[in-house]
Design a protein around this ligand. Structure first.
Ligand SMILES: CC(C)(COP(=O)(O)OP(=O)(O)OC[C@H]1O[C@@H](n2cnc3c(N)ncnc32)[C@H](O)[C@@H]1OP(=O)(O)O)[C@@H](O)C(=O)NCCC(=O)NCCS
Length: 374
């Protein structure tokens, strides 16, 4: 039975297994997106809308479509696969959970949100887009997991719709210094805010240029919450976001959740090209460590082939490995978790272990899906 790749609008592609009668038996949508990992940008094949009609389920059709999709990603040179998925299903295809979900909750009845002089807020209008894009870009530049959003992505119908429920905070010169969206149907709202989502204003995305701008955003959002009869704010952002910090400082509560074996998941598709893209970050992390002076080399054995990681004068090199004796054996499915900083690598004795801990530190990886439906 043939697999058909069919281009759709907005750069998406439909991958379908077609039966003998010409009807589709199972399908998914594939989209190539760029994602930040530290300061690097990698090409990620994003899989979404995975579906097999009920009468055809559990016959292996979904698996065939997924394997063909992963094959296409590898051929096209994508470094990773990434998706927001149901529990258990994607682990079988080599994906790993790489991110937590985060939120900060603030009860407005228990605090006083001060106005910030010199800042004013307005509903978003299309003329604000360059300012909003600039803020998103500077916020996400080094945020592992963040999607690179070009103008095309911001222009998707779903993105434009989301901006209808968005406010911008501007300084006295009229420059956009903060934006915040509210409402929207994100599946993880229920995961992290089941107890309060109905009575609070849900803010799925917000960026403030600095602490002052974030305070201005919070004041404006409190106004929206009051106008809509909500008694608090549920912000779906990581704890180091300036708005989360402003909320926390007023008595807000930080939350962290996980979809066991599901949610934001990634998979390595092309190992050596991926690690080569991460060299800049690896080297920057070695700069402030003993590996600036001490040369080091770790022979890594993976199920995607051997890799040599070494550092001389703090400069990290990545090269295809040789031989069969390894200092560290790791599966690609584990390695992607260390690359996203989701958990630290296991202890290895001596300098080699310290080197791995240095180049794979824990991070707060976080993705705001560019599309509510993904
Ligand atoms: C998930 C879905 C696409 C699976 O399609 P399918 O054609 O039945 O999948 P397959 O027959 O190829 O199953 C492959 C493996 O996944 C397992 N699996 C199937 N559905 C699963 C599910 N919902 N959760 C976890 N594992 C599942 C199967 O048991 C099988 O395991 P095995 O290889 O160890 O036997 C299908 O159930 C579906 O359309 N569900 C509703 C839509 C949905 O939830 N999509 C995912 C959005 S992220």
């Amino acid at each position: 039975m043939p697999i058909v790749f069919q281009p759709q609008k907005d750069g998406m592609e439909r991958v379908a297994l077609v039966g003998e009668d010409g009807r589709e038996l199972s399908w998914l949508i594939l989209l190539c997106q760029r994602i930040h990992i530290g300061r690097a940008t990698v090409r990620a094949g994003i899989v979404g809308h995975v579906f097999t009609p009920e009468e055809h389920r559990k016959k292996g059709y979904g698996r065939v479509v997924m394997l063909a999709t992963l094959d296409a990603m590898a051929q096209r040179g994508y470094e990773i696969g990434f998706l927001f998925g149901i529990p258990h299903y994607y682990l079988k295809h080599g994906y790993s959970v790489v991110e937590h979900y985060y939120a900060t909750v603030l009860e407005l009845g228990r605090c006083k949100v001060e106005e910030v002089s010199g800042l004013k807020s307005d509903r978003y209008c299309p003329a604000d887009l360059p300012g909003v894009m600039r803020l998103y870009d500077s916020y996400s530049r080094r945020r592992t997991g963040a999607f690179v959003r070009d103008r095309d992505l911001w222009s998707l119908e779903s993105s434009r719709k989301a901006l209808e429920r968005c406010l911008c905070v501007k300084n006295s010169g009229g420059k956009v210094v903060g934006y915040a969206k509210w409402d929207g149907k994100f599946f993880y709202t229920r995961l992290i805010g089941r107890d309060c989502m109905e009575r609070m204003l849900v803010v799925p995305e917000a960026v403030g240029a600095n602490a002052r701008a974030a305070q201005g955003l919070l004041f404006a959002l409190a106004g929206v919450a009051r106008a809509e009869g909500r008694d608090g704010i549920l912000f779906l952002g990581p704890p180091d976001n300036a708005l989360s910090i402003a909320m926390y400082n007023l008595g807000g509560q930080n939350r962290r959740a996980i979809v066991p074996s599901g949610g934001a998941q990634a998979k390595i598709v092309n190992l050596i090209p991926l690690l080569k893209k991460l060299r800049g970050d690896f080297s920057a992390r070695c700069e402030g460590s003993i590996f600036r002076r001490e040369p080091i080399s770790v022979r890594v054995g993976t199920d995607m082939g051997p890799v040599d990681l070494s550092a001389i004068g703090g400069k990290v090199r990545v090269a295809p490995g040789r031989g069969r004796k390894f200092d560290w054996k790791v599966t690609a499915q584990e390695l992607i978790r260390y690359i996203f900083g989701f958990c630290p690598p296991p202890e290895l004795p001596g300098a080699k272990g310290l080197f791995l801990k240095t180049i794979f530190p824990r991070q707060i990886a976080h993705s705001w899906a560019p599309d509510e439906m993904i």
